[in-house]
Unconditional design. Structure first.
Lengths: 399, 134
């Protein structure tokens, strides 16, 4: 027995040896550590970014043999999978841990479950009290379609362009739901861009707000919202589900789950379910979603020029969505003779409640007695509906 | 079912973006109209059938009242309980649940930029808008 040879074989089979050959994996590991730093130290959407970063770390640690792999991207986005569909029996029999968890992403189950939790945490009261805020939520989807045009100009295919454009909706689960069907090969880049921009809202939005509005407009105080009755809150999710799902059946998974979660919260007889949807379910799904989306970020698909283009287009989409909301807010301000503060239009991007908080704090800076939070929550939750409808339209056209 | 679009020219992308944006605007505007109709319908019902309104209000406020009653009971029970070390004493809650009171205290502390344990709250009362008008 050659002891020396055993050591040589062990060294050759180790991940360290593979790291020397596959330098791209080393870059991805450094990138994962950077995302972990952003999540933990800078608190950029830590609940998801930490999971995504750890998924990137796990999937890019080189393995000597195929049997040791924790995730097999070729099973999901390879030519065979594209032609004949995913072989779920193979995944269940031979898949690694992250392959199993990824089933929830591929089938679109996780984003829908997250929407149940979001619905259970959302109060549609401010929107019902001021239904005009729905128009602001619609206007703030402008960035999605402008980014779609730009993505086509940049040379992306229509399905890829649609997936990139949805970043402008500032809604992580919606972006994942659409991308897993239209462009699964871009999933990690799009998910990371979407969540990063959601975390960066307090940095991205204020300069745009100041650019499009005057101090006088930002100082506008809005009238107190009327009280919304309990029965209005109960009827609302049922009514919206019936109307929207009949009109656009492709929005049913997202909007249906959002409204179901909200009904659990409002109906008053399912408190246990509402509590589970808001806490336990949300936490478990976030855990699985983050780590399995991160696993798709393999060096071969992530370290490309396309990723840089996606990051740039995502920023453009997000900024244009904010601008669209603000411009429509200005229009409504003019039409109502100064009764609407245009800042609440910027909250039309669906990052709840961060965008509303930013609008509120900008209003406070302009006028220390100006409390816009509840007014901004209307367009904010309308934005969630708006981005779900936008995703439904793109799915109907390209899915 | 729509036919799947496999290629899009730049001109078509403009048209598609315009149509999609119009659909979103139309869908959300329709929801807005539905909300106005719903609120209007409820107002009409309340106006023409006050008995039904009272019944519905009683049904929905049942839960809230129960919570308020619980709050009062807790306060009465607390009278005989010794306060914790460092505590400023008791607080009187009028039609406010413990949960609401905790949130109000946290918001006040945050706005004043003062630690919560350095503030003393004597009472928190729910002010009814109707009473303010009077």
């Amino acid at each position: 027995m050659d002891i020396g040879q055993i050591f040589v074989d062990l060294a050759k089979g180790s991940g360290f040896a593979q790291l020397g050959i596959q330098w791209q994996n080393a870059v991805m590991i450094i990138l994962a550590c950077f995302f972990l730093y952003l999540g933990i130290k800078k608190k950029f959407e830590p609940l998801l970014l930490v999971g995504i970063a750890f998924g990137i770390l796990l999937t890019n640690l080189p393995q000597a043999s195929d049997a040791d792999l924790i995730f097999h991207p070729e099973w999901w986005t390879g030519d065979e999978a594209v032609k004949h569909g995913v072989n779920y029996l193979n995944v269940l029999q031979h898949g690694g841990l992250l392959d199993i968890l990824y089933i929830g992403v591929k089938t679109g189950v996780y984003p829908c479950l997250i929407f149940i939790g979001v619905g259970a945490m959302t109060d549609f009261g401010p929107m019902i009290a001021n239904p005009k805020s729905l128009l602001l939520g619609a206007a703030a989807q402008l960035g999605i379609f402008t980014a779609f045009i730009l993505a086509i100009v940049f040379g992306f295919g229509p399905s890829q362009a649609a997936s990139i454009a949805i970043i402008g909706g500032a809604d992580g689960p919606t972006a994942i739901w659409l991308t897993k069907s239209l462009a699964p090969e871009l999933l990690s880049a799009i998910a990371i861009a979407a969540y990063s921009y959601m975390a960066l809202i307090p940095i991205i939005q204020p300069p745009i707000m100041r650019l499009f509005t005057t101090k006088k407009e930002r100082s506008i105080k809005m009238e107190q919202l009327r009280e919304v009755t309990k029965r209005e809150k109960i009827v609302f999710p049922i009514m919206v589900t019936i109307f929207c799902c009949l009109l656009l059946p492709s929005v049913a998974p997202l909007l249906g789950c959002l409204m179901f979660g909200n009904l659990l919260k409002e109906c008053g007889v399912t408190e246990r379910l509402s509590d589970t949807a808001q806490n336990a379910l949300m936490n478990i799904v976030t855990l699985f979603l983050g780590i399995s989306v991160g696993a798709t970020a393999q060096a071969s698909t992530f370290l490309t020029f396309d990723t840089i283009k996606i990051v740039v287009l995502g920023l453009v989409a997000f900024s244009l969505s904010t601008s669209g909301g603000l411009l429509f807010g200005k229009l409504m301000c003019w039409l109502t003779k100064g009764k609407i503060n245009p800042l609440i239009g910027a909250a039309g991007v669906s990052a709840v409640p961060m965008a509303a908080r930013v609008a509120h704090s900008e209003g406070l800076k302009a006028n220390p007695s100006n409390y816009l939070l509840m007014h901004a929550m209307g367009p904010n939750v309308a934005g969630v509906i708006g981005s779900a409808v936008a995703a439904g339209i793109l799915m109907a056209v390209f899915g | 079912m729509l036919a799947v679009v496999e290629s899009v020219s730049i001109g078509e992308s403009f048209a598609l973006a315009g149509v999609s944006m119009s659909i979103i605007m139309a869908v959300l505007a329709s929801i807005m109209v539905l909300i106005y109709l719903m609120s209007g319908a409820f107002k009409l019902i309340d106006k023409h059938n006050p008995a039904l309104k009272a019944k519905i209000d009683a049904f929905f406020s049942k839960k809230k009242n129960n919570a308020s009653e619980e709050t009062v009971t807790v306060q009465e029970d607390n009278k005989n309980i010794a306060t914790a070390r460092g505590s400023c004493g008791n607080i009187v809650l009028n039609n406010v649940t413990d949960r609401e009171a905790a949130m109000i205290m946290a918001i006040v502390a945050d706005k004043m930029q003062t630690p919560l344990n350095e503030l003393r709250f004597k009472s928190i009362k729910l002010v009814d808008d109707k009473n303010l008008d009077k």
